[in-house]
Design a protein around this ligand. Sequence first.
Ligand code: SAM
Ligand code: SF4
Length: 370
Amino acid sequence: MLGIYVHVPFCERKCIYCAFSSFMNKDTEEENYIRYLIKEIENSYKTYNIEKKQNVDTIYIGGGTPSILKVENVKKILVAIQNNFNVTKDCEITIECNPNSVDYEKLKSYKKLGINRISFGIQSLNDEDLKFLNRLHNKNQAIESIRMAKKAGFENISADLLIGIPNQTVNSFTEQLKKLIELGVKHFSCYMLQIENGTPLENMVKKHQIILPTDDQSVEIYNNCATFLKKLGFNRYEVSNFALDGVESKHNSKYWVGEDYIGFGLSAHSYINKIRSANPNNFEKYYKGEKTFTEKLSKEELIEEHIMLGLRCKYGVDIEYLKNLGYNIEENENLTDFIDKNIIKKDKQRLFLNPDFYGVNNYIILKLLP
Ligand SMILES: C[S@@+](CC[C@H](N)C(=O)[O-])C[C@H]1O[C@@H](n2cnc3c(N)ncnc32)[C@H](O)[C@@H]1O
Ligand code: SF4
């Protein structure tokens, strides 16, 4: 079934590591943006050549910082989606929230709007880390935001954490996981800090102003995180994602399985009927309805994408699907070796990467491409 992503490209302040599409012009641009967003939602059946009122079982409002929007604008977005799509009763509706930009009233309003999943950008529970990252919240606000979300009735709460911050240790990372689990977090996205082009972090690294953990140290923290979470019943269903039973993100799983989704808003990508397209990362161009690209994926691209996504998550790679696209992966010499070494597991129809090797998935994926 179709999933919908809505991008909110506003932040109060930029974090030093972030290259996502977000700008600090909410005060002047919010109303305009919402107007065009709704127009885009209303026109989408023409843009993507699909039937009106398609069934939708996941909606993900991401950013940027969706929680800095006025609640009435979040409502307008959801109403526009409901008017133009058939939102299923059990639809997973997520909103990304920064801990400093929510309060109890706002969270209760989200609940009333039918939002049933909160993804908090916690990043770290250490005040020094948070300052270094240029976050606007501190440890206490992070903790309080989760408590408020629980009190407002949210059961499905996720936390984003970063691995690879200076001075982070296996112990400090485990302690914050413990605290978050105690607070009721049921899902974690633990991302290895990436040095993105053009970010202040990249500049600091180039000028040797900071010392980041080595790759080996970060992998050690990541591996320990996985072991610790596993003991507590968290299933690693994608390289960076861990969930208790029943709360795996249905929306993000669509990306990994290759299901259709439409992305609305600045810089949002869509994948529908094997056609990928992207909106511009520029307000004027977006308001004009331009697309950065629209391309039908070739067989080669479909093969590559299926292997790259499938081996990063528990859903695996469908051997028959690849055969139909012209690639018999079972003839790849490296595969036998990986199976013998228990790096790849095989059942009748699918191949799975042994989660112990998620940390080096890129190397294995490269070896299995046509
Ligand atoms: C685009 S943000 C939106 C969420 C929200 N604005 C926040 O930051 O709290 C989604 C997540 O991407 C992750 N992220 C952003 N930049 C990253 C980077 N350079 N390396 C690793 N993870 C990154 C952060 O963990 C963040 O929570
Ligand atoms: S990490 Fe989140 S809050 Fe920070 S700049 Fe990126 S989108 Fe904004």
